[in-house]
Design a protein around this ligand. Structure first.
Ligand code: AMP
Ligand code: MG
Length: 313
């Protein structure tokens, strides 16, 4: 596959939406940076996205929405969050809220959390793609993990040309730094990530002083602590077989099919199943043994998540 940089004509946007519908990846411009977009509801697509970025961890991703109505299907808005959306959407503000019953964003995109991060971008090409697709798109920066975020289509091509079919050309990004992330799941909104939207402006609109992650017990930094699903059960890693009374999170054809992340030993399939199977085992067992998972490709991110879960962080 070699990515082509294409103008966002109606025909191309329709083709991009078709690629997204079958679980593919499309690079899209936003006002902050270029995002690597895929269907937020499709765990196989999200696993493919992590794989393309070479991410060693499953961080929760931001789901981009086309409208306030779409946002309200995904998350339960508090009055203050609704006010923030009214003031700053569409724009470079990401809002973290409890996930709604009607949500479509999958477990893997949320890293197994009961919360979801939403943003309604203002870039016309991002909006047009969201409208053409008709559902939420996750879109972390369109670069290899550890590289600098791309602010031109050429940056995206340099990093990901062999992994994606289409790069929608929106020219250079107007803002060029990531969105500001505010967490509305507690009593006071917490600034999880400083970003394109200034704190003073936010505080003016909301009429409150934002808390910093260090102010609130249990939250240290974006992507840490609060933003990691911790199973209740104790995990025992690298277990060739389960002991009596343990649930078994398997991998590969030598493990039982029940609780097996991927009977055929496919790491992308395992990533797509990880949070759902972990939750199902967690509901039934006090202790869970985990089969060895190869430390290659997506195995690194899977093992990272399992190690954190075993540490009960
Ligand atoms: P990005 O790489 O720009 O897509 O931003 C992803 C970041 O959004 C993550 O690293 C988290 O810091 C933050 N994030 C996404 N979802 C959540 C969530 N449910 N709770 C807290 N932070 C989140
Ligand atoms: Mg990035």
């Amino acid at each position: 596959m070699t990515a082509t940089i294409v103008p966002p004509t109606p025909d191309i946007l329709a083709r991009a939406a078709d690629i997204l519908r079958i679980g593919g990846l499309v690079a899209m411009p936003t006002e902050t940076v270029y995002g690597l977009a895929c269907d937020a509801a499709n765990p196989d697509a999200v696993a493919g996205l992590y794989e393309a970025k070479g991410r060693p961890r499953f961080n929760p991703l931001i789901a981009h929405v086309a409208s306030q109505a779409m946002a309200e299907r995904e998350a339960v808005f508090t009055p203050l969050a609704a006010k923030a959306a009214e003031c700053f959407w569409p724009g470079p503000l990401t809002i973290v809220l409890p996930v709604a019953r009607t949500a479509s964003v999958c477990d893997l995109a949320r890293a197994g959390l009961d919360t979801v991060a939403l943003r309604r971008p203002v870039h016309p090409v991002a909006q047009a793609l969201l409208d053409a697709f008709g559902g939420p798109l996750v879109a972390p920066s369109a670069n290899k993990s550890g590289h600098v975020s791309p602010t031109t289509p050429e940056h995206v091509r340099t990093d990901l040309a062999d992994r994606i079919a289409l790069i929608l050309d929106g020219g250079p990004c107007a803002i060029g730094i990531e969105s500001t992330i505010l967490d509305f799941t507690g009593n006071t909104p917490v600034l999880l990530r400083a970003g394109a939207l200034g704190t003073a402006e936010l505080e003016d609109c909301l009429g409150v002083v934002l808390a910093r992650p260090s102010d609130s017990a249990g939250i240290t930094a974006p992507g840490q602590m609060k933003s990691h699903y911790a199973p209740r059960a104790a995990l025992r890693l690298n277990a060739a077989t389960p002991m009596s009374g343990e649930g078994y999170l398997g991998f590969g054809d030598h493990c039982p099919r029940e609780g097996n992340l991927s009977p055929k030993g496919d790491l992308a399939e395992a990533a797509a199943n990880l949070f759902a199977i972990l939750r199902a085992l967690d509901a039934r067992y006090e202790r869970i043994a985990v089969a060895p998972i190869p430390q290659t490709g997506l195995g690194e991110a899977i093992n990272d998540r399992l190690e954190r879960a075993a540490h009960r962080d």
